[in-house]
Design a protein around this ligand. Structure first.
Ligand code: 3PG
Length: 207
């Protein structure tokens, strides 16, 4: 899979923390029918791997990432459950090397020049800029993009208010954000609001 091309087409990845795997089917259907055929499911709850499994079964065409992947073992588990690629908050060389050797596409997180250089040394060309807003926001991204031949997936502090500015940066392939599908909306079963947020965000992506 050409991850840069794929994410460049999607432009937006909802970062989702699921506490109840039984939400998976309705979630997958909502994402697909709202026009956002992708999800990053964070491995922060006991339900996460089961949710990835259920999403993969119910929605074979959905692009699925496992987020908050901290170890090679977690990456393996996520891929076994049906993820297409994995995302990490930081750049752990051991985890990245494991993924590269296993053929698992990984987007590790960075927020400074040294980490980018480590990513380049490992052969990576797509990195997550995390946490994007607290790490200096757009000025920091522009300064990094001026120096390094890498593309970025900013995540952390991105919302409908600033999505357009982030996506306008040529170095930005896609943005991640949790505001589209929150645990509160899932618990409340407020699919109408989830759909509304997705529709509004897609308009900012020019879709
Ligand atoms: C994550 O959960 O990986 C990111 O922290 C998402 O950041 P956000 O909640 O600011 O969108």
């Amino acid at each position: 899979m050409d991850l840069i091309a794929e994410l460049g087409r999607l432009r937006l990845i909802p970062v989702i923390t699921l506490h109840d795997a039984t939400h998976a089917e309705r979630l997958g259907d909502t994402l697909l029918t709202a026009g956002l055929p992708c999800a990053e499911i964070t491995l922060r709850t006991p339900a996460a791997l089961d949710a990835i499994r259920r999403l993969r079964q119910a929605c074979p065409t959905l692009r699925l990432a496992a987020g908050t992947v901290l170890t090679g073992a977690q990456a393996d588990q996520a891929m076994d459950a049906g993820a297409d690629f994995v995302v990490s908050p930081g750049l752990n060389p051991t985890t990245v090397r494991h993924c590269l050797q296993a053929g698992i596409p990984i987007i590790p997180g960075i927020n400074n020049p040294s980490q980018i250089e480590l990513g380049l040394e490992l052969g990576l060309s797509l990195l997550k800029f995390f946490p994007a807003e607290p790490s200096g926001g757009l000025p920091m991204l522009k300064a990094l993009a001026a120096v390094y031949p890498v593309r970025f997936m900013p995540t952390g502090g991105i919302s409908a208010d600033n999505l357009g500015s982030w996506l306008a940066q040529p170095s930005v392939v896609a943005c991640g954000g949790s505001w589209l599908v929150t645990p509160e909306l899932l618990t409340a079963g407020d699919w109408t609001e989830i759909r509304r947020r997705i529709t509004a965000a897609l308009a900012l992506c020019g879709r």
